[in-house]
Design a protein around this ligand. Structure first.
Ligand SMILES: [Zn+2]
Length: 135
C-alpha cells in the first residue's frame, strides 16, 4: 500500500500517541490521530479511570483536541491498536460529527508494525445519526 506523506505522518502520530495510553485496567493501549482540512494533526490515547465508565477512547481524545484547537473539519483518522481493532460505535459517531465528507473520510486501522485496513467512515458507520439543522 503506497501512502502519502500526510498519511504516513497521521499513522506515525497514532502510533506515537499509543505509547502514552493510560490503560491500567484493560491493558489495551490505543493511539489515534485525526487530520484536519488545514493539515494539522491531533493525536490522542485512551485514558482509563478506576471508575470504568469515565474512561475515554483514544479517538475521542484526538477529536476533542482538534475541536478545542478550532480544527472542526476533519478528513482522515488513524487508529493504532495491538490487534487491528476498529473504532467503537461511540467514536464512529463522534468522528461523523466532524467529518468534512464521511464518504471520503479515510480511517486507517494499524498496529504498531503494520497497516491492517483502511475504511471510509461511511463504511464503518452507515446511516449515522445526523441532526437536521436550521429548519
Ligand atoms: Zn471508542
Amino acid at each position: 500500500m503506497n501512502l502519502s506523506a500526510a498519511e504516513q505522518a497521521l499513522i506515525r502520530a497514532a502510533r506515537e500517541a499509543r505509547t502514552h495510553a493510560y490503560a491500567p485496567y484493560s491493558g489495551y493501549a490505543v493511539g489515534a490521530a485525526v487530520l484536519a482540512d488545514d493539515g494539522r494533526v491531533f493525536a490522542g490515547c485512551n485514558v482509563e479511570n478506576a471508575s470504568y465508565g469515565l474512561s475515554v477512547c483514544a479517538e475521542r481524545v484526538a477529536v476533542f483536541g482538534a475541536a478545542a484547537a478550532g480544527a472542526q473539519r476533519l478528513v482522515a483518522a488513524a487508529v493504532c491498536t495491538p490487534d487491528g481493532g476498529t473504532p467503537c460505535g461511540a467514536c464512529r459517531q463522534v468522528l461523523l460529527e466532524f467529518a468534512a465528507a464521511p464518504d471520503q473520510f479515510t480511517v486507517w486501522v494499524v498496529s504498531p508494525a503494520h497497516v491492517i485496513a483502511r475504511y471510509t467512515l461511511t463504511e464503518l458507520l452507515p446511516h449515522g445519526f445526523q441532526l437536521a439543522r436550521g429548519e
